[in-house]
Design a protein around this ligand. Structure first.
Ligand code: ARG
Length: 583
């Protein structure tokens, strides 16, 4: 523990490092070559981990080399056997050591198992979700929310200091238009009840008006000018839209277990701050007037032309982002800033970072765009099965009610669930989140209700089911329980079956996988870990019973299941899921 931070020792990696260091010493190779080559042997009878020598590109005949290295390798309390099989070297872990260390760490550290201090002393900003008021919260915002919140959780679990920012789209001429629309179609009662939906409906109507009658645009422009000038009425109405929308957003984010430290937005950057940005660019000779626009020419960097503002004084998305980045550096002095935004904005962020760099902000290289692929669906937006609405809330409601129907089918179990509504809501949420995080971030995917809802296969409900089965074993084993103090008295050598070892190995991988996720910031790393662990859990539960066993065996198995439950729960929370104890 460093300053209250937990550092879970690597588990499986300790064994792998032992192999790597001996092999490097014997061959003169280096860890960066040898470590990535280690793989699971095709047949576990041959050992626990295997090194294919041909891929190590060492001098000499790989078959002869394998034989001589197997002889020279010194077995110890980590590796009990090294054997050659053709050009492969197969190693066997000291399974007692691995099992005892793993169960002790998981049970001992509990909710902290897996956490590490690799980010100690670093401060990161994660900006994510960032929907636009009065416009639908579309699939891209959902992905940003899920992935961004995951990244924040991973950084937190890796010892970083973090702050999460929701950078709302809440400023610009379109909010003048919204206000004009509200004066025509607005209804205070509906605004209070469901601001996001009501403002969207108003916005759609006034947009129609504007396309029929261009004078509405002039009205909107004039209204926005009043907002910018701080006119009390205009500003007050806008502020009410924003405040009420945030209340509603918070409720929806709550259903996704997402919180923001800061609700910021495009509106936070005043004309004054923006003019400073413009002047700075002007003084550096970067700003050029071009057909009514103010641009920065980035053609020599293959980034085209960046439009910063218009000569009429209005400023744009990009200029607000420049002001926001500079302000955040001043306030937080971050070591890294992550923008979690869809791949459609790759170009925008390249331009943003390049302009900051040209302004001499050396920290521009500490800013990173975390992109992700688009969700494809029939009408280009997420929609309900009937193909109508596009609100996140509807997606979650629909997922929840579908899960509720599924749960009702098993009457006996259903009767035991104290609060089926909220359980169904959590299962629905898990289904939606996991399907989003199963593939690599940058991949596009098709939004598919049937896949979301499946209880079988590699889905969110499957993960929740594994967790709740583990909890049920613990409930049934009472009064037998497993606490860190009791661990000493449990005889783990009774865990002899292959299913027990597979489960130990799956649990042991967690600290290593979490370190890996801290580097890749890929949720799929943790999803596949959790699925693999859940498979190991199911196989073990089928054969390794706790109930009806003599106490020492029951206690050893229970300890293994408690370690598995802790690990799976930690992984689910990292993914933003609320682990269920019953379902
Ligand atoms: N509100 C924007 C949108 O919906 C996303 C904002 C992304 N963040 C940023 N700093 N530009 O497209």
């Amino acid at each position: 523990t460093i300053d209250g931070l937990v550092e879970t020792a690597p588990q499986l990696d300790v064994f792998r490092f032992e192999i790597v260091s001996q092999i490097c010493a014997l061959t003169g190779s280096t860890p960066d070559v040898i470590y990535p080559l280690l793989e699971e042997p095709r047949d576990r009878k041959n050992g626990d981990i295997s090194l294919p020598l041909p891929r190590a590109r060492l001098p000499g005949n790989p078959i002869e080399l394998a034989t001589s290295l197997a002889q020279k390798f010194k077995c110890n309390d980590l590796i009990t056997k090294a054997a050659a099989a053709g050009p492969f070297l197969n190693f066997t872990y000291n399974r007692d050591t691995l099992r005892n260390r793993t169960i002790a760490s998981a049970v001992g550290l509990g909710p902290q198992y897996g956490a590490n201090a690799t980010g100690f002393g670093n401060f990161g900003i994660v900006e994510f979700s960032s929907p636009n008021i009065a416009k639908p919260f579309h699939a891209g915002h959902l992905r940003s929310t899920i992935i961004g919140s995951f990244i924040k959780n991973v950084l937190d679990a890796s010892g970083w200091g973090t702050v999460s920012i929701n950078y709302l789209g809440d400023w610009g001429k379109q909010y003048g238009l919204l206000a004009v629309g509200y004066e025509r179609y607005g209804n205070d009662e509906e605004l209070e009840k469901d601001p996001i939906r009501h403002l969207f409906h108003v916005y759609v109507k006034v947009n129609n008006d504007a396309s029929e009658n261009p004078a509405v645009h002039d009205e909107a422009r004039a209204y926005f000018k009043k907002m910018e000038d701080g006119d009390a009425h205009a500003y007050g109405l806008w502020k009410r839209f924003r405040d009420l929308s945030i209340v509603k957003y918070k409720e929806i984010y709550g259903r996704l277990n997402v919180q923001f430290d800061i609700y910021s937005g495009e509106s936070q950057y005043s004309l004054g701050q923006m003019r400073d940005v413009l002047h700075e660019l002007q003084d550096l000779g970067l700003l050029v007037p071009d057909q009514g626009a103010l641009i920065v020419d980035l053609k020599q960097f293959d980034l085209g032309v960046a439009v910063i503002g218009k000569t009429d004084g209005s400023l744009l998305y990009l200029s607000r982002d420049i002001a926001a980045a500079i302000d955040r550096k001043k306030v937080f002095d971050f070591d890294r800033m992550f923008y979690v935004v869809g791949n459609q904005q790759i170009h925008h962020f390249k331009q943003l970072f390049k302009i900051l760099e040209l302004q001499g902000k050396t920290w521009a290289e500490k800013c990173e765009h975390i992109g992700f692929g688009i969700i494809r669906s029939k009408d280009g937006n997420m929609s309900t099965r009937k193909g109508t609405v596009v609100f996140l809330e509807d997606i979650l409601d629909e997922a929840g009610s579908h899960m509720h129907e599924q749960m009702r089918k098993n009457e006996v179990k259903y009767a035991q669930i104290p609060d089926p509504d909220s359980v169904a809501d959590v299962v629905g949420q898990s289904a939606t989140m996991i399907q989003d995080m199963t593939a690599r971030r940058s991949k596009d995917y098709n939004f598919d209700w049937d896949r979301i809802f499946s209880f079988e296969g590699d889905t969110g409900p499957y993960l929740q089911y594994a967790h709740s089965r583990l909890c049920s074993i613990e409930r049934q084993a009472a009064p037998l329980e497993v606490t860190p103090e009791e661990l000493q008295s449990i005889d783990f050598s009774l865990l002899t079956e292959p299913q027990a070892f597979t489960l130990v190995e799956a649990i042991a991988a967690y600290p290593d996988v979490l370190r890996e996720a801290g580097k890749t910031l890929e949720p799929c790393t943790i999803v596949s870990f959790a699925l693999n662990l859940s498979h190991a859990v199911s196989s073990a539960i089928d054969v390794l019973w706790v109930s009806g066993q003599a106490k020492p065996l029951a206690h050893a198995r229970l300890a293994l299941y408690v370690a598995a439950r802790i690990t799976l729960g930690n992984a689910l929370r990292l993914l933003g899921l609320k682990p269920l104890t019953r379902m």
